[in-house]
Ligand binder design. Structure first.
Ligand code: 26W
Length: 846
């Protein structure tokens, strides 16, 4: 905590940030629309060289690849700038209801190609650079992707803001500009080692800092009540504060001339440098405030399931939501806006529980600063927030201890207590003195320690609560929050996730995109249900041949990329069996390992003729949270199995394990279009939705999966014949759990399973050292919380069907085409339409 200045001014009258709207605004030039540079090839050459020479300050002859990349980026953004400024002016004037998406994570991926695509500049830029003797692909490789997220939740936020812009929905994304994103993963002796992700080190051309719009964000201190003309009011006297500096990122719509904004906040010290202390010679002390303040947006927390309850994490959450709310109230709303009308003007969508502290912050601003009476403020708050839950794992639901909350945000804790008191009063009125129910529903729980259950606060405050797939939303209603579903009829809804077809088909799989456009015309990119038109083409042998050729070409491209990136290869003619997602036991990468070891054991034991084995390359991509020991052990095991199987001559190269490190959005864009088989094998009832499953189906991979998350909806749409279903359903999982699950029984009774596990236990993959993977083996035999052993037999049997099906390439291709044709529903544009209709009620998008 920076050295405590005497109590800071009470936070009940923070001056709104200077809007800077002066008479210049009415100058004729200010009113003239901003014009984009000439978009001819020569015009682009001129703009590029101007940026290289004048912005980068280097001549072409002495320019580095990074100089040329930055100049290209500046040139592309100049073309989008005119639209952006016009669009922002339009949205400001329209004053129509908009969406503010609050997310602690945005997994954006590289920006260059998406911005070129959106602005129809790809060909012009390619030709213009060629005129300068530059291969645009060399510059593409320069871009470092902003890894400001962990996995599904972060990538979903990125897909959603792309769709909001493409559908011209007035909206803004708010988040944190982490200086260090998700760690870079390297493997040392097959084990994960994390490196800091200094993604900003070579410059960040796609962001626009606006220090003049910085917000003061306060922390700690105490509260006091005071008499305000006979009205007793509370106010917060914070102990310290930092500045939140906004960095704007363009979010261009696809071919609609719209550009929305993503505003990410960076924390800096209010008083960066204390000259007095410096002059006293204590140089460290003089800058300690700066270091401390910058820590808040320093690094992304790499956990994606188990919150560590760290104070800095709560500081991060409050920091960005407080800055976002203040920014909206001061910079987006007209000064004289009638706050009673807020629900007609904005809906804050809470991306999981991470931004939920926004609720008491909103109440604090309305009640303490705007002096609104509590009930009126609460009525507005309950209409201005909605909550999306992205998990089913109880341990992933965030709780904050009242100790920490009371220390860091004393006024917010008071407000949470009052919200809870009034809520429990209403529960009592409805259900009487049912103490068990009261205790179960209380936002504040006393076990194991007195803490605030953020999912409960979100549910009580939110106008709507949604899950991210039909099964997930049903389990939320029936199992995770049943009392709340009963108390708030109609509050719970579902919006099944989606993915943007711009990045995950047009950009990632251009050959498939061209084939589809040739067959259906271009409209599908913004109306993905049109893919249904491909069903008839599945019956056309010529189309099937071309589709198969596209897949083969994508495999060759992947091989080239992996060879250059990691020295890894995917042999021709292999089925590409792909499992790429965060490493988590519920996702069951261990089941995939047992399949590989079973096939391998069959060959080396001679029980299987290697000639009968379908040549497969097993591609893994997975980061483990640094503190998640078992997940890191499983990564080690996958690499260990890979190095033994790949090197064993008895396998004759028919089994090949490939595990490129540092799986991220850029690698996903190469791997997914090349995949034949998509592994979606989580234990039923554990994966909220999955979005990788959708990307694979849309790129012509067949899915082997359980009836979990959105797999259920994928199978329903693509048809049972085009989906390899296995394993227990969620009710069967519950039943087995209830009757008492003894994994070792499955080990005893299944010989193949026993052989596979014994081979791992024998040290065969660890140089004979039986201890290396003993923890993994005993976890499976004596714990196996996610029932890997129970679903093993069904999985192996289904993999047998996969081998058989792959033997008939033409039928496989037909099935792959039907997967593409019937997966248009999984566009994030459709998800946005559902949010608008069921939750946001913003003006209908096109
Ligand atoms: C505080 C630690 C933490 C961090 C992130 C807990 C939980 C999360 C996320 C909710 C985890 C996540 O990414 N969930 C995934 O969200 C996707 C988008 O909805 C779903 O498709 C995945 O099924 C779900 O696991």
């Amino acid at each position: 905590m920076p050295h405590e200045e005497a109590d800071l001014a009470p936070v009940d009258s923070v001056a709104p940030a200077a809007s800077g709207r002066t008479q210049i605004a009415d100058h004729p030039l200010a009113l003239a629309p901003v014009s984009a540079p000439a978009s001819s090839v020569d015009g682009f050459v001129r703009e590029f060289l101007k940026n290289l020479n004048f912005t980068q300050g280097v001549p072409l002859s002495a320019s580095s690849p990074n100089d040329r990349y930055l100049a290209l980026a500046h040139t592309v953004r100049d073309y989008l700038m005119a639209r952006w400024l016009e669009d922002q002016r339009g949205q400001r004037e329209a004053q129509s209801k908009g969406v503010a998406y609050l997310s602690a994570e945005y997994l954006l991926g590289r920006q260059l190609d998406n911005n070129l695509l959106a602005s129809r500049l790809t060909d012009v830029a390619t030709e213009a650079l060629a005129k300068c003797g530059i291969d645009i692909d060399d510059l593409r490789q320069q871009e470092v992707e902003p890894g400001l997220g962990n996995g599904g939740l972060g990538r979903l936020a990125a897909c959603f803001i792309d769709s909001l812009a493409t559908m011209s929905v007035p909206s803004i994304g708010y988040g944190i500009r982490y200086e260090y994103g998700i760690f870079r993963q390297t493997f040392v002796d097959g084990q994960q080692v994390e490196q800091p992700d200094a993604w900003l080190s070579l410059g960040s051309p796609w962001e626009f800092p606006h220090p003049e719009a910085a917000q003061t964000i306060s922390f700690a201190g105490h509260t006091e009540t005071y008499d305000d003309d006979g009205v007793e009011r509370s106010r917060w006297i914070p102990a310290w504060n930092v500045q939140a500096v906004p960095y704007n990122y363009m979010v261009p719509g696809y071919h609609n001339g719209r550009v929305n904004t993503l505003r990410l906040w960076r924390s800096v010290a209010t008083n960066a440098f204390d000259l007095r202390i410096f002059n006293s010679g204590d140089y460290e002390e003089a800058v300690r405030a700066q270091i401390f303040a910058e820590n808040i947006s320093k690094v992304l927390y790499p956990e994606d399931s188990t919150p560590q309850g760290k104070e800095l994490r709560l500081q991060q959450q409050y920091f960005f939501v407080a800055a976002s709310i203040r920014d909206f109230l001061t910079n987006v709303l007209a000064e004289d806006f009638d706050l009673e009308k807020l629900p007609e003007r904005i809906i804050f969508q809470l991306n999981d529980t991470h931004p939920v502290i926004a609720v008491p912050e909103f109440m604090r601003v309305l009640v303490d600063e705007k002096k609104m009476d509590w009930d009126a403020a609460w009525a507005i708050t309950q209409q201005c927030f909605a909550y999306t839950c992205h998990t089913l794992l109880p341990e992933a639901l965030e709780v904050w201890s009242v100790d920490l909350l009371g220390r860091l945000l004393p006024r917010h804790l008071e407000i949470i207590y009052r919200i809870n008191d009034e809520f429990l009063l209403a529960v009592r009125e409805r259900f009487g003195d049912d103490e068990m129910r009261i205790r179960n529903m209380s936002i504040v729980s006393d076990f194991p320690e007195r803490s605030v259950r953020m999912a409960y606060l979100a549910t009580v405050a939110g106008a709507k609560v949604n899950g991210v797939a039909e099964l997930h939303s049903q389990l939320l209603r029936d199992k995770v929050l049943p009392d709340f579903n009963e108390f708030y009829p109609g509050k719970f809804t579902n919006v099944t996730n989606g993915v943007t077809p711009r990045r995950f088909i047009r950009l990632a799989n251009p050959q498939l995109a061209d084939l589809i456009t040739e067959a259906l015309g271009a409209g599908w990119t913004v109306d993905l249900e049109r893919l249904r038109g491909l069903e008839s083409f599945a019956e056309d042998p010529e189309f099937r041949a071309r589709f198969a050729e596209v897949k083969a070409a994508n495999k060759r491209t992947l091989n080239t990329v992996l060879l250059a990136r990691d020295g890894l290869s995917v042999p021709d003619g292999h089925m590409l069996d792909v499992m790429v997602k965060r490493l988590h036991e519920y996702k069951r990468q261990m089941l995939k390992v047992l399949h590989i070891v079973t096939s391998y054991e069959g060959i080396i034991s001679g029980r299987v003729d290697v000639k009968d084995v379908t040549p497969r390359t097993f591609i893994f991509g997975a980061k483990a949270a640094p503190g998640y020991v078992m997940a890191k052990r499983i990564i080690h095991l996958i690499n260990a199995v890979g190095s033994v199987v790949n090197a064993d001559p008895r396998v004759e190269g028919r089994l090949n394990v490939v595990f490129p490190p540092n799986y991220n959005v850029t690698l996903a864009e190469r791997v997914i279009p090349a995949a034949d088989l998509s592994e979606q094998i989580s234990l039923a009832g554990k994966e909220a939705s999955g979005t990788g499953n959708m990307k694979f189906a849309l790129n012509g991979a067949l899915t082997i999966g359980t009836d979990d998350g959105a797999n259920v909806e994928i199978r329903e749409l693509v048809g049972d014949d085009n989906f390899f279903l296995f394993g227990m359903t969620e009710p069967e999982v519950e039943a087995l759990w209830a009757e008492g699950y003894r994994p070792s029984e499955f080990y005893q009774k299944d010989e193949d399973l026993r052989r596979a596990i014994d081979l791992i236990a024998s040290g065969a993959f660890s140089g004979g050292d039986r201890t290396t993977f003993e923890p993994v083996v005993s976890n499976l035999l004596y714990d196996d919380r996610f029932m890997v052993l129970a679903d093993y037999a069904s999985y192996i049997a289904e993999q047998g069907k996969v081998d058989a099906a792959y033997g008939d390439q033409d039928a496989w291709t037909r099935s792959a085409i039907l997967n593409v044709a019937r997966s248009g529903y999984f566009s994030s544009d459709r998800s946005m339409r559902d949010y608008i209709q069921r939750i946001w009620h913003t003006p209908p998008a096109y």
